[in-house]
Design a protein around this ligand. Sequence first.
Ligand code: PGA
Length: 262
Amino acid sequence: MISPRKTYIIANWKMNFTPGESSLYLNRLSKRITPSRNVQVILAPSIVSLQPLSLQINRRQFKLAAQNFYWRDYGAFTGETSVSQLRGFVDYAIIGHSERRYIFNESEEDIAQKVAAALRNGLTPILCIGETAMERSDGETAASIYSQLANGLHEVSKEDISKIIIAYEPVWAISSNKDARPAKPADIEEAQALIRKHISKLYGKTASEEISILYGGSVNSDTAGGYLSIRGIDGLLVGSASLIADPFCAIVETAKGIKNER
Ligand code: PGA
């Protein structure tokens, strides 16, 4: 029997907060978010804050994720940080975020190598995939999802697929996008079904039922409940609404409420 999937609420702070501000903010969140067995809250601060926050954090309450890293373990790569250097500070790594793909031209090969590097170093990859506005309007949503999944998981074995989290983030729904508009629940349900179908083809039915799929894109405290109620959606990747304690704590509370109802 497939055990029930956990809910994940991930705060992607992007390039915001100094280490001091991150620490104060974590302190505020710590007072309001109680640990939960069913809902895992993961914070993804900027890289300069990872080490200090890893010393401050209560790991029963929060886990940390890297927003980015380079996939080689060490070497002459000026300006880069390897996942082996992050090991010990973080448990998760966001990989393939659309801002990395489209602003920093990260290739499918880079993304596949990052997924492999995270697994090699004992971190859980959170692989972000999602179609652009143009792909959607051209009817290429399914093709885009399939190719990003197949490429991103290129190096992942049947044994390791259970260690991956997928975040479906349609690029046109991310709040930093000029014309961002929230995704409709029906579109998200369809996308998670496509993802599970493809995982089933690549890794078998059990893997497709066990894998956690999150949604991300303009989630706020008003919309979180609706998104978390979509069949097959196991959590949220939250950007701008994670930068303020009130909406973020409300999203976590909503997730706990929904989880307890199930
Ligand atoms: P947003 O960001 O919630 O601000 O749309 C989500 C993301 O980029 O992961």
